[in-house]
Design a protein around this ligand. Structure first.
Ligand SMILES: [Mg+2]
Length: 225
């Protein structure tokens, strides 16, 4: 039985129409006069911290704590502004799936496992009234490596549950091969959704526990039993 469910955000819960990517691009232009600086970086399934570090490396910029914070301050401001004009959309089945988790006989803890920095995650999810659905989480400013984030989310879930769930009592839901690998790194169950750009066939080749077109196609009862 699943006691901790960990959701990815982009391509899994919501689609922002590239607001995150665009805000990073604008940040690179405003702060460093590198308008194309983000163009050759792959954002899929990455942590925000690793994206900024790759940008620094590519451009020969100093990779220092203050510089990263400076980037994120500008990024969240630009992201908030962009989402206030166009928030994007909640993906099919998301609200219903979360609601059905809550009415399970023994509802799991519902949390986030995302490469977004915490404030970025909050801005994106508040734009869709989803932020308050999540009790805890691990975020892109907790660690640069997504697999380490899985351990951090597990630890935070443990604190709230008062007892450490076993790997088989954890479900990781995401839209990229990196999410599947991340769940696999802690031997959790993995549910891959093809709402973020990867097809069910592509996702299946990475061996998730389940792969579905979207969250309308699977029940909370099935994945949590
Ligand atoms: Mg994603």
């Amino acid at each position: 039985m699943v006691r901790l469910v960990l959701f990815d955000i982009d391509g899994t819960l919501i689609r922002t129409g590239g607001a995150g990517t665009a805000s990073f691009g604008r940040m690179a232009d405003l702060l460093f006069q590198k308008p194309e600086g983000m163009d050759r970086i792959d954002f899929h399934g990455r942590t925000d911290t690793s994206i900024v570090r790759e940008f620094f490396r590519n451009e020969g910029l100093p990779d220092q704590h203050w510089n990263i914070h400076h980037c994120f301050d500008a990024y969240v401001f630009l992201l908030d502004h962009r989402l206030s004009m166009n928030a994007g959309e909640v993906l099919p089945g998301v609200r219903q799936f979360i609601a059905s988790l809550r009415v399970l006989p023994e509802p799991p803890l519902i949390a986030l496992l995302t490469g977004n920095i915490r404030l970025g995650a909050e801005i994106k999810l508040r734009a869709h009234d989803l932020w308050d659905e999540f009790t805890t989480g691990a975020f892109g400013d907790d660690h640069e490596s997504r697999n380490q984030l899985a351990r951090i989310a597990w630890d935070r879930g443990t604190q709230l549950l008062g007892e450490r769930p076993s790997p088989n009592e954890i479900l990781v839901i995401g839209d990229t091969p990196l999410d599947i690998a991340c769940g696999g790194s802690i031997q959790a169950r993995t549910l891959a959704v093809a709402t973020g750009g990867f097809s069910v066939t592509e996702l299946n080749s990475h061996d998730p526990t389940w792969a579905v077109p979207d969250l309308t196609q699977i029940s909370a009862t099935e994945v949590c039993a």
